[in-house]
Write a protein that binds this ligand. Sequence first.
Ligand SMILES: [Zn+2]
Length: 496
Amino acid sequence: MGMDSLSILTPTKPITTSPVTSEEDPTNPSTALLSSSSTSTISSSSSSTFSHKPTTTILFIALALITCIAVAASIAFAFLFFASINTPKSSNSIESIARPLVKLKSPVVLLISSDGFRFGYQFKTPTPNIGRLIANGTEAETGLIPVFPTLTFPNHYSIVTGLYPAYHGIINNYFNDPITGEGFSMKSHESHWWLGEPLWQTVVNHGLIASTYFWPGSEVIKGSWNCPEKFCQQYNGSVPFDDRVDTVLGYFDLPSNEIPSFMTLYFEDPDHQGHKVGPDDPEITEAVANIDRVIGKLIQGLEKRGIFEDVNIIMVGDHGMVGTCDKKLVFVEDLAPWIDIPASWIQSYTPLLSIKPPAGVSASDVVAKMMEGLRSGKVKNGMRLKMYLKKDLPDRLHYFESDRIPPIIGLVEEGFKVEQKTSKRQECGGAHGYDNAFFSMRTIFIGHGPQFARGRKVPSFENVQIYNMVTSILKIQGASNNGTASFAKSVLLQTP
Ligand SMILES: [Zn+2]
């Protein structure tokens, strides 16, 4: 609560970088409104005058009008000049205050994930419904940046905790506990794996209701979150997307004090197709069109209930997708002349190669020998793989502070894969999990609703910022996390 009352008193930090400012300046709505209204008033009155008066009067009136226009323009310029000094440049000067709720009693955030929705997919085919959210909402102009590794579970859990994987504990889709040796998989619902405080827990902590229609970690019973049957769906990928939308819409038909303040909604597509056929295939185009159709169904359902403009919809993906093909491979067995790495040392192969050598084998020795082999020119695609001790990974990856992260990490270049040994298998498809600096790993961020300015573009940001956006919209104090409260608030319209 303290955080929010503070934000009302203190103007939020302008949303920094110049791209936004320069994007918004030419289309500054206040400029448009002022100039069009002043000219239109004048021209309409003048047209009625013209038809009835003699020429001298016309000339006189014309001169008078020109004077009026000049005066009006100078007043407008003066107004804009002072307005630009007094208002933060980043915020849309016409729309900086959140729009009031019309029908709902309190704010609702609906967080939607379309898995593997690579940034740019929205241009593959007409997407009128997603397009509507973008046109009337706030969009990360060049996409949302996933966390590293750009995988489904680490990213979904970062979105709802605001934490990097090293801090929320889900450091991969599969990994082993370094102490007990116990394995984590995407079906592990034991609470000890899942660190941090996910949004559904934060929401319930504040006496509000949360609902989850699938989200990694949502079935985990932890703290105040007991995954209630009514509002917490157990994962079942075979439930048709339309049914999921119908169930979520049904929550809005509940008595107002039973409507969840925070809801999740998850779709497996187009990730599913992306893996099979890669990002550039008609199947992806169809999957994207279908997601757009489902979003359309959701919008219609909300409109029918008169609450489309009241709900804060945040639509995101977890990561992007890049094409992979059989020649773009690095084989671990090719390193045998330098070092023999048995499959038992390897926790994951690709695109994130993570290795835990047994006790007594020096990790730095393994890295040095692997790098010698990879740089020898004798290993196929050796130059495409770079090995690190995890402590030497670039800081921007934030992939160090967890003993669950194995000591040796290999980063492979975009579109390449690592396998243990050569096989006859030839296949092309798609993958993700690479360095989050690759543009192909980016996904979408769209915010639509009372707290998101219409038609606004913001620079790309990391998905750990979303947690604070949600708590800020719901006016609740979130748990500490890796996002910055001031950034989250700068993306939102301020509450009056
Ligand atoms: Zn995937």
